[in-house]
Design a protein around this ligand. Structure first.
Ligand code: RTP
Length: 155
C-alpha cells in the first residue's frame, strides 16, 4: 500500500493492447489529464518481446509470465510519462485494483475492464520504478519537460 506523497514524481502509464484495440486511448489519457497531472511523454508503440520481459522482470517466476508477455506484445501500446505531486500512488488509485472485478467503480479498471489478463492499463508501483520504466520505454529526446503557464493556487 502506497502512502500519499508530497514529492513531485514521474510515473509510467501504459494503455495495454486491449485498451488500444477497444478504442479506450482517449478515455484513459483523459482521466490523467483531468486529474491534473502533467503529460511529459506520449507515443504509440509496438513493444518487442525483450522490452516486455525487461519491464516485467520481477514477475519472471510467475506462472502467468509467458501469457503476460504474449499479451503485452500482441499489438501496439500507448506509452505515457506523467509528472506530479504524489503521481505514482495517485495514478494507481485512478487505475484501480489489478483484478478489474475488485476495482472500485470510478477507477479505470473498475469502469472499463473485467479480466485481470485484460486490465487495459499499467501504472508504476513506486517512484523508483516510475523512473526505471520511463527510462526503459522512452528515448531521451522523447521526454518533454514543459512549464505550465499558470502557477497553481494551492500546493
Ligand atoms: P500493472 O503492473 O500492469 O500496472 O499491474 P499491477 O501492478 O496491478 O499487477 P502486477 O501484479 O504487477 O501484474 C502485472 C500484470 O500481470 C497480469 N497479471 N495476470 N493471471 C494472473 O493471475 C495475473 N496476475 C497479474 C495483469 O495484466 C497485471 O496487470
Amino acid at each position: 500500500h502506497l502512502v500519499a506523497s508530497l514529492e513531485v514524481e514521474q510515473t509510467y502509464i501504459m494503455v495495454k493492447p486491449d485498451g488500444v484495440q477497444r478504442g479506450l486511448v482517449g478515455e484513459i489519457i483523459s482521466r490523467f489529464e483531468k486529474k491534473g497531472f502533467k503529460l511529459t511523454g506520449l507515443k504509440l508503440f509496438q513493444c518487442p518481446k525483450e522490452l516486455a520481459e525487461e519491464h516485467y522482470k520481477d514477475l519472471q517466476s510467475k506462472p502467468f509470465f509467458p501469457k503476460l508477455i504474449q499479451y503485452i506484445t500482441s499489438g501496439p501500446v500507448v506509452c505515457m510519462a506523467w509528472e506530479g505531486v504524489g503521481a505514482v500512488a495517485s495514478a494507481r488509485k485512478l487505475i484501480g485494483a489489478t483484478n478489474p472485478l475488485q476495482a472500485e467503480p470510478g477507477t479505470i479498471r473498475g469502469d472499463l475492464a473485467v479480466q485481470t489478463g485484460r486490465n487495459v492499463v499499467h501504472g508504476s508501483d513506486s517512484p523508483e520504478n516510475g523512473k526505471r520504466e520511463i527510462g526503459l520505454w522512452f528515448k531521451e529526446g522523447e521526454i518533454c519537460d514543459w512549464i505550465p503557464v499558470q502557477e497553481p493556487w494551492l500546493r
